[in-house]
Each structure stands twice: as structure tokens, then as C-alpha cells.
Design a protein around this ligand. Structure first.
Ligand SMILES: [Zn+2]
Length: 359
């Protein structure tokens, strides 16, 4: 795309219409981007609301409002590459949208810096936490608040009659810091005891995601925010292990890429009917929080998510406190001794079933 590299001689709208490269436009202006809009030849309205925030509205509306987000953690490149290619194909007319779509490249400064975060973990700042917690303002808190506003604006702006209910979803795409016994997995936010959605498990299966962690408490994540505040079917989806840009083996994402493209361009995603035996379902057994600077993990740094140890194995210590495996099948997930004091250093999960609360 060398003929499009001279960004300065073109307006942002001209550049985007010619190159389709919204990620590049975002990363060249990571802090702010003046809003603009234009129409594609098929009548789809394209609106750029901010850096990393692009909204598409087809000429003929359906009841579906789809949000895809990536780059909440700046170094999680595979989902950023998947979303950038998808946006480019829509902009260049290679993929025709069927439904309203909002795509979010959530943390452009962190993407530019190839780091998980600049000041703090963006995915701990939602549902208003950005404005509640102590400490100075920083870019991630400002961005979390703005992302909430954009999601609200998107869901609330649907031009529909009162009689048609909307199907809202938000898929927040990540890759994990460490390897995983199950390469891809999803976190299903706490639904406040409403039933888990069979159709969502079927969609996850189509994405090649068959391990699902069912949460039992509210969280400050983006996916819980969309679920709890907007009633969206929402997930944090972990697609594999973090790799630098250009070093992802994109063949590992063929199914999720195909399912996401079907989701936005067709009436329905091709799925198989839900069969729990094809899934590994877990629920949280306990969260282990770092209480002192003496907090220490007692297993190798590169241990995989969902690793199990025998009952009694020492997992972590925190000064005088010892954490040992308490239950058969108890598996560890997201261990990170470097979190700030008071934050979650590890989750312990146990196998579960959804058949008693499924709709
Ligand atoms: Zn992440």
C-alpha cells in the first residue's frame, strides 16, 4: 500500500476511503482523532468517532447491534490484526455488512508502545471504576470512560421502532500473557443468575472456543460492563498467547475470523447445536488477592492457564499466609504476582455445568 503512505497530503476521510487502514490512522494519532464520516458505495454509513473508534451502519437495518473490541491490552496483537483486516475489507467493499457494527481499538498508546498498558490495566476500569478509584487521572481512566460513552451511544442510537427489541453483543478480543492448557477460552460475565445463553455457546463453538469460565460476581471488565449495563451478550475472549505484530500464526485464528465475518455480514453464523460434552466449563472457586509485597507464586513462571495440581500443593504465599490446592480438579488461571497490592493475583476455578440454568 505504498501509494497511500503519504497521509499528510490527504484528509483522514480520503486516506481511509483509499487505504481502508483504520489501524494505521489510529496509531498515527493515538490520543485523539477529529470525527468524520462518509458513505460506502453500498450506502453503508461510516462514522469515525475518535481514534480507534469506528461505527458502521448499513442502509437497511436489522435488529442486531454488534461491538467488537481489541487492544484493551496494547500488546495483544492477534485480535488487533484480525479486527484491522475486517475493518479494511468492509471499507474497501470486499465484505458487505449486514448489521450495525462498532469496532474499537481500545488502547492506541499502549498498542504503539507494544505494552499491555501505559499506566494501569484498562480492563479493571469499567462500570464507572475509572471515576471512583483514588489516584491521579491517567490516559487509561479517560479512555475507559470514553469507551463506555461510545458503547452507550452506539446501542442507544439504533434507529428502530419501539416494538422491535435489539440483539446486542460485545466481543472483547484478547490474547493471554501465558500459554493455556486450552488454547482459546472465553470469560462469560456474571449474569446475576439469569440463564446462560445456549446460542452464545454455539457461537463460541463456531469460533473454536470451547473452554468457558462462568463468572459468579460483578467485575470491572469491559465485557461485564456491556452485559450488565446494556444487556448485551458479552464475552472476554482469549484467543491464544501474546506474540509481537506480524509473528502470529494466523492459521490458528481461521475459525474465529470466519465466524466474526459471518456474524457481521450474514443473517446468522453457521453453528452446531449446543452439546455440553464438547465444552470445558469452569466456575470460579476463589480469587487470591495480593495483600503484601511479599506475595509469591510457588510454581514456574511459564505455567499454563488451567493447570491443575494435586490437593495440598502450595500455590502461593503472602507473608505468613499459604495458599494450597483445596479441591480435586481445581485449576489456576491468570496468575500474576506483579499486580498492585490489593489486586487479584490469581483465580482458582473448578469444573461446572450449565444445563440447570440455560436458555
Ligand atoms: Zn488481555
Amino acid at each position: 500500500m505504498s501509494e497511500f503512505t503519504d497521509l499528510k497530503s490527504l484528509s483522514s476521510a480520503e486516506y481511509l476511503q483509499q487505504s481502508g487502514d483504520f489501524l494505521k490512522l489510529t496509531l498515527e494519532q493515538p490520543d485523539t482523532l477529529e470525527p468524520f464520516s462518509f458513505n460506502l458505495t453500498d450506502g453503508t454509513k461510516v462514522q469515525v468517532w475518535d481514534t480507534g473508534v469506528i461505527c458502521f451502519e448499513p442502509a437497511v437495518l436489522t435488529p442486531n447491534d454488534i461491538v467488537l473490541s481489541c487492544g484493551v491490552h496494547g500488546n495483544e496483537t492477534a485480535p488487533i490484526e484480525i479486527c484491522a483486516a475486517l475493518v479494511q475489507d468492509v471499507l474497501l467493499g470486499r465484505l458487505t455488512l449486514k448489521h450495525r457494527l462498532l469496532v474499537l481499538f481500545a488502547n492506541p498508546p499502549a498498542i504503539n508502545a507494544s505494552t499491555r498498558e501505559i499506566s494501569e490495566n484498562l480492563n479493571r476500569l469499567f462500570s464507572g471504576t475509572h471515576s471512583k478509584i483514588d489516584g491521579a487521572h491517567n490516559a487509561e481512566r479517560t479512555r475507559a470512560k470514553a469507551l463506555e460513552q461510545y458503547v452507550s451511544q452506539f446501542y442507544n442510537a439504533a434507529r428502530v421502532t419501539e416494538t422491535v427489541s435489539r440483539n446486542r453483543c460485545l466481543y472483547d478480543l484478547h490474547t493471554a500473557i501465558r500459554g493455556s492448557r486450552f488454547e482459546k477460552f472465553a470469560v462469560y460475565p456474571f449474569l446475576h443468575n439469569k440463564p446462560w445463553q445456549k446460542a452464545q455457546f454455539e457461537f463460541l463453538h463456531a469460533c473454536d472456543v470451547t473452554t468457558v469460565l462462568l463468572m459468579q460476581t460483578p467485575a470491572t471488565t469491559f465485557s461485564y460492563y456491556a452485559s450488565n449495563t446494556h444487556g448485551a451478550d458479552s464475552f472476554t475472549i482469549e484467543l491464544g498467547k501474546v506474540q509481537p505484530f506480524g509473528q502470529n500464526d494466523m492459521r490458528r485464528f481461521t475459525k474465529v475470523n470466519h465466524a466474526l465475518r459471518q456474524l457481521i455480514s450474514e443473517d446468522a453464523v453457521t453453528t452446531k447445536s449446543f452439546d455440553e460434552s464438547q465444552f470445558q466449563l469452569y466456575q470460579v472457586y476463589r480469587a487470591i488477592n495480593k495483600q503484601t509485597e511479599a506475595f509469591e507464586l510457588h510454581f514456574a513462571d511459564d505455567v499454563e492457564n488451567f493447570t491443575c495440581y494435586p490437593v495440598g500443593t502450595l500455590l502461593a504465599s503472602d507473608g505468613e499466609i499459604e495458599y494450597r490446592v483445596e479441591q480435586e480438579g481445581e485449576a489456576l488461571i491468570f496468575p500474576n504476582a506483579k499486580v498492585a497490592k490489593g489486586q487479584r493475583a490469581m483465580l482458582m476455578v473448578v469444573p461446572t455445568s450449565v444445563v440447570h440454568n440455560l436458555a
